[in-house]
Ligand binder design. Structure first.
Ligand code: SAH
Length: 358
C-alpha cells in the first residue's frame, strides 16, 4: 500500500472528528479494517498475524468434516450453500473441500460462497480455490435462500465494537478525538441507552470499559433467522470470553507484535475479543439451537485432530513430523490457541446434536 493510501485512512478519520467532534471506536475500527485488509496477504510468517488454518491443514480439514457430517444430519440436501465469512487466503476452504472429496456427494452438493470485502483478498482466494466455482459477496445478505452451512474463523473479532466507559458521572461512550497537539486520543461523550448487562453496570468501577458490537449482533440475528427459515447450521470460531465481562480488549497487531491502536491506523490488524455469551443469547432469542461455546482445543480433539496428526506425520521425516505435531499442539493446548479460542455453533432445532460438543 502506498503512503498516500495510508494517509487516506487517517484523513477519513480526522475529517469525521472535525465534522462531529469525535469518531466512535466502531467507526474507527471500520475505517481501519477497510484499508488494512485492502493490503492483501497480511497473514502468515511474513505478514502480521497467523491464523489457525495457516498453522495446520488439519484445522480446515476438521472444519470440512464437521460441515459434511452436518450436511448429512440435515438429510443430505441436493444443494447446500456452503458459506465462509472472512476467508483470508482461502486456505480453510481449500483444506475443507479437499478433505471432504470422498464424503458421499457433499462437495457436489455444495455451492460455495465467500463473504469478503477486500478486492486484494478476493484475488488471493480465487487463486487458492482455482478448481472451484465460487461466488463472492460483500455481505451475507446476498447469499440466496436455501439449506445453508456457514463458517467463520476469526471473522467476528474483525467486526467493529463500540466501547462504553464508567466515569464519575455514570456511563459514557468511549470515543476517539484529537488532543492539543492534533494527535488521536481517547475521550468520552454522554450517551443514552447503553447496552450493558445490569449486574456489570452496577458493579463496575470508574474507568471500567464495556464493549458491545452492533455489527456482531446484526450478523448473528441474520444467521439465526436464515437457519431457522432455511435449515442449516453455522460454526463460528474466535477468541473471546464465554461470559460477558468488563475490559478493554481492543488490540492492534503488526508484524506479530502488539501495536498502539491509535498509531498509524490502517497499518495494523485491529480486533476485539468476542462476547460469546451475547452471541449465544442473540441466537437463542431468534429461535435456533446453540451448542457451545467450548474451547477450540476440546472441540478439535473431540473431532479427531489427534488421529489426523498421526496420519499426516506417518512416513514423514522426523523434522516434518515434528512441525505437524507442533502445529496441532499450538491449535489445541492451553498456552497456544486451545483455550482462548472458542467454538460455537448455531443450528436448526430439528437437527440432532452437532459433532464436537460433549
Ligand atoms: N478466516 C481467515 C481470515 C481471518 S482475518 C483465517 O482464518 O485465516 C478476517 C477476514 O475477514 C479477512 O478476510 C477480512 O478481509 C474479512 N473481513 C473483515 N471485515 C469484514 C467485513 N465487514 N465484511 C466482509 N469481510 C470482512
Amino acid at each position: 500500500m502506498s503512503s498516500e493510501h495510508i494517509s487516506l485512512t487517517t484523513k477519513t478519520i480526522r475529517e469525521q472528528i472535525q465534522r462531529h467532534g469525535y469518531i466512535s471506536v466502531a467507526d474507527y475500527m471500520n475505517a481501519v479494517a477497510t484499508d488494512y485488509y485492502a493490503r492483501g496477504d497480511v497473514f502468515g510468517r511474513g505478514g502480521d498475524f497467523v491464523t489457525a488454518p495457516e498453522i495446520s491443514q488439519a484445522f480446515g480439514e476438521i472444519v470440512g468434516l464437521w460441515a459434511a457430517v452436518t450436511w448429512q444430519q440435515m438429510g443430505s440436501p441436493r444443494h447446500v450453500h456452503l458459506v465462509e465469512c472472512g476467508p483470508g487466503r482461502g486456505t480453510l476452504m481449500a483444506d475443507a473441500l479437499r478433505a471432504t472429496k470422498g464424503a458421499h456427494g457433499f462437495v457436489a452438493a455444495a455451492k460455495i460462497h465467500l463473504v469478503e470485502r477486500s478486492p486484494a483478498l478476493r484475488a488471493l482466494q480465487k487463486k487458492t480455490l482455482s478448481n472451484h466455482d465460487i461466488t463472492w459477496h460483500d455481505d451475507l445478505a446476498t447469499v440466496p435462500d436455501g439449506p445453508v452451512i456457514i463458517i467463520g474463523n476469526e471473522f467476528l473479532d474483525a467486526l467493529p465494537v463500540r466501547q462504553y466507559q464508567r466515569t464519575n458521572d455514570g456511563w459514557a461512550e468511549r470515543v476517539i478525538t484529537l488532543d492539543g497537539r492534533g494527535e488521536l486520543t481517547f475521550s468520552t461523550r454522554p450517551a443514552d441507552n447503553i447496552p450493558i448487562p445490569i449486574p456489570l453496570a452496577v458493579t463496575a468501577e470508574v474507568g471500567a470499559i464495556f464493549e458491545f458490537s452492533e455489527a456482531i449482533t446484526a450478523l448473528v440475528k441474520h444467521i439465526a433467522n436464515r437457519i431457522a427459515r432455511n435449515s442449516g447450521a453455522a460454526l463460528l470460531i474466535d477468541y473471546g470470553h464465554s461470559a460477558s465481562g468488563l475490559g478493554d480488549t481492543l488490540q492492534a497487531v503488526k508484524g506479530h507484535s502488539y501495536h498502539n491502536v491509535l498509531t498509524s491506523p490502517g497499518e495494523a490488524d485491529m480486533t476485539a475479543h468476542v462476547d460469546f455469551a451475547h452471541v449465544k443469547a442473540m441466537a437463542k432469542s431468534a429461535g435456533v439451537c446453540v451448542f457451545g461455546p467450548i474451547e477450540q482445543g476440546i472441540w478439535l480433539r473431540q473431532l479427531g485432530i489427534g488421529l489426523r496428526q498421526v496420519q499426516l506425520a506417518r512416513g514423514k521425516p522426523a523434522d516434518v513430523a515434528q512441525t505437524i505435531e507442533q502445529g496441532v499442539r499450538r491449535l489445541t493446548e492451553p498456552h497456544g490457541m486451545g483455550v482462548l479460542f472458542k467454538v460455537i455453533t448455531l443450528a436448526d432445532p430439528s437437527l440432532p446434536r452437532l459433532e464436537g460438543f460433549p
